[in-house]
Design a binder for this molecule. Structure first.
Ligand code: NAD
Ligand code: MG
Length: 282
């Protein structure tokens, strides 16, 4: 697939829908060959209906895993993910609901364990963002929604997954380049993404004795539904990176495969920066 550096003007509202994007993001590149890296593992992916999470679901399936995906309400995108996973010969469990609720997180985790026989990989990936140019425009309600979705849900799902984990199992958390370089219009969002870095490093230390690894991915600008759903002008999205274009989900998901598999067996508490060449620390 040719990777576009310029996008047509388009606007959606949250949660965005992949099926309405022009062009639709690339989920997996044509030549990607699986090699059984995640054979018979079970993964739970929040926000697995679209964007990065969808791509992770399909890559994991190609590597031999069954997946459960949690999504807010985007039935069409979720069904499409299920179809793509099943084409890889793996199971896909769809779980619809609001991750802001701890009881829903518990229900989702239990459903995954019950229907897929356990959990080996937790990908905490769902998020929202509401760009605001002034701090005074960030209401207490927005702050709460952003933190409950972007970081509280990560705590809830991890807490409930850990009792099911055994040595070799992993957690992967999605952060963002915005927390490493700051973002003048995503102050609350970037704060949650920073919290995810602290959460990941600390949980990695806490779980090291059990041989459970915890890592993360910090994407730069990636062409997903979140973008037309939250930014007014997407036409030049990603052009300010060193590589001069936005990334596709198909270029991010392989980092999750690496962190989920034994290929990264000596790596914990770390982030992979899939961001088109922005040099950031940590
Ligand atoms: P996306 O819109 O495809 O995925 C986000 C998903 O989160 C949605 O599909 C939605 O179903 C889910 N979600 C949101 N609120 C929810 C709730 N309350 N309950 C249940 N599910 C909920 O967008 P994406 O860009 O693929 O986002 C995935 C992750 O990547 C996010 O953590 C985002 O912050 C991060 N990220 C994205 C970019 C980018 O440029 N796209 C850059 C850096 C980080
Ligand atoms: Mg979605």
């Amino acid at each position: 697939m040719k990777k576009p550096s310029e996008f047509k003007d388009q606007k959606q509202s949250l949660p965005g829908q992949q099926s309405k994007m022009k062009p639709e993001p690339e989920v997996i590149r044509k030549g990607y060959k699986g090699s059984g890296k995640l054979k018979n593992k079970v993964a739970l992916i929040s926000g697995g209906d679209s964007g990065i999470g969808k791509s992770v679901a399909v890559h994991f399936a190609r590597e031999g895993a069954d997946v459960a995906i949690i999504y807010l309400s985007e039935v069409k995108d979720a069904k499409d993910t299920k179809e793509l996973v099943e084409k890889e010969g793996r199971k896909c469990l769809l779980i619809e609901g609001d991750l802001k609720s701890e009881s829903f997180c518990k229900k989702a985790l239990n459903q995954c364990v019950k229907e897929l026989g356990g959990i080996n990989i937790l990908v905490n990936n769902a998020a929202v963002q509401f760009p605001k140019n002034e701090l005074t425009s960030i209401t207490a309600k927005q702050l709460q929604t952003t933190f409950e979705t972007n970081i509280f849900s990560f705590f809830h799902l991890a807490k409930m997954a850990i009792p099911h984990f055994k040595a070799g199992d992993t957690i992967i958390n999605t952060s963002s380049v915005t927390t490493y370089r700051g973002s003048e219009h995503l102050v609350d969002y970037a704060s949650t993404k920073g919290a995810i870095v602290g959460f990941t490093r600390s949980l990695a230390l806490m779980l090291a004795k059990d041989k459970i690894r915890v890592n993360g991915v910090a994407p730069g600008p990636i062409w997903t539904p979140l973008i037309p759903a939250t930014f007014d002008d997407v036409t030049k999205f990603g052009q300010d990176t060193a590589l001069g274009r936005a990334g596709q989900p198909s270029e991010v998901a392989p980092a999750y495969v690496f962190l989920a598999s034994d290929d990264s067996s000596y790596i914990t508490g770390q982030f992979i920066h899939v961001n088109g060449g922005e040099i950031v620390g940590g």
